[in-house]
Design a protein around this ligand. Structure first.
Ligand SMILES: [Zn+2]
Length: 309
């Protein structure tokens, strides 16, 4: 065990030299599958078989975790707060220390879920990067993570752990899976397998790891691509009942579900704003106007031109 003043971590040092991989969970305090998966890696990574060093942080945002919330007591979203400030509010201080951790690493994996209010299909993602070598490494890591969807998105997004990694020249990926105020066992084991598989791809261990086949690898360089909360907002407040499931294919204009009023006398049909695959879906029935209801992966966008297998 070691700790910066605000972030508790587990460091596993291999018997052979090699790179330093940082694995983060709990940037959002209500995302549980990553926390359990990262703790399980402590038992799964054998120092005798490890080349390099792995730093495991099951819960980056402990104050948010302890209030069962996405955000800490200052109500800042840590994933919009990087690189933070050493003398700022609690989230700004945590972001600052996490940025220092990222700058000390050679590679970053940051694991997320849909949080208390939503459920996400398994996917890994990365920022499109101006440095071709870093971009290719990120593509390799994201594909090695072994989830059905791989998504490269805007290089411009700010405030994320991936923004701090981009600015430090550290190849980085994130992953999303699960959520909805539970801890899905297959996401826990799948996340652990994904991290081990990336370690194999980076030459940090020799054991091959079995992962899922990739169904979609899409790159989208529009400015706000990858910002999950910007699509398919609720036009009114009320009780949301989805009509679709994760990974279902929809056409723009198809029904995503309905929002009904308290007594059920006013029903608003929600239609898909894009054509693609449902990647995320709100699970908490009560929704306020303008909150997001669904994330659609636009599958008609081009696949990357990469030599990756
Ligand atoms: Zn998150």
């Amino acid at each position: 065990m070691s700790s910066l003043s605000l972030i508790n971590s587990i460091v596993i040092t291999g018997q052979q030299p090699g790179p330093h991989l940082l694995i983060l969970g709990g940037v959002h305090g209500d995302e549980y599958e990553p926390m359990a998966a990262i703790r399980s890696l402590k038992k799964l990574i054998e120092p005798e078989e490890l080349s390099g060093k792995v730093t495991l942080v099951p819960v980056v945002n402990q104050p948010a975790y302890e209030r069962s919330s996405r955000c800490g007591p200052d109500e800042l979203d840590l994933a919009r707060t990087f690189p933070g400030a050493p003398d700022g509010s609690i989230s700004q201080q945590i972001a600052h220390q996490a940025t220092q951790l990222i700058e000390s690493a050679d590679y970053l994996i940051d694991l997320h879920t849909g949080g208390l209010i939503s459920d996400l299909a398994p996917f890994s993602g990365y920022c499109l990067h101006s440095d071709q070598t870093i971009l290719e490494t990120q593509r390799k890591m994201a594909r090695a993570f072994g989830l059905p969807v791989v998504w490269g998105t805007s290089a411009e997004l700010q405030g994320r752990s991936l923004s701090a990694a981009r600015d430090a020249g550290v190849p980085a990926i994130y992953a999303e899976w699960g959520g909805g105020s539970r801890c899905l066992p297959e996401a826990v084991s799948g996340y652990a397998a994904g991290c081990l598989s990336v370690m194999s791809a980076l030459g940090m261990q020799e054991t091959p790891v079995k992962t899922q086949p990739i169904q979609y690898h899409i790159e989208d360089n529009r400015e706000q691509s990858g910002h999950l909360q910007l699509q398919n907002h609720a036009p009114v407040s009320g009780f949301f009942e989805p009509a679709v499931k994760l990974m279902e294919t929809v056409q723009a204009g198809d029904s995503l579900g309905t929002i009904c009023s308290l007594l059920g006398d006013e029903i608003t049909t929600i239609t898909a704003s894009q054509t693609g695959v449902i990647l995320g879906l709100r699970t908490l029935p009560y929704v306020k106007q303008d909150e997001w209801l669904a994330v659609i992966l636009e599958t008609d966008r081009p696949a990357p031109s990469t030599d990756s297998p």
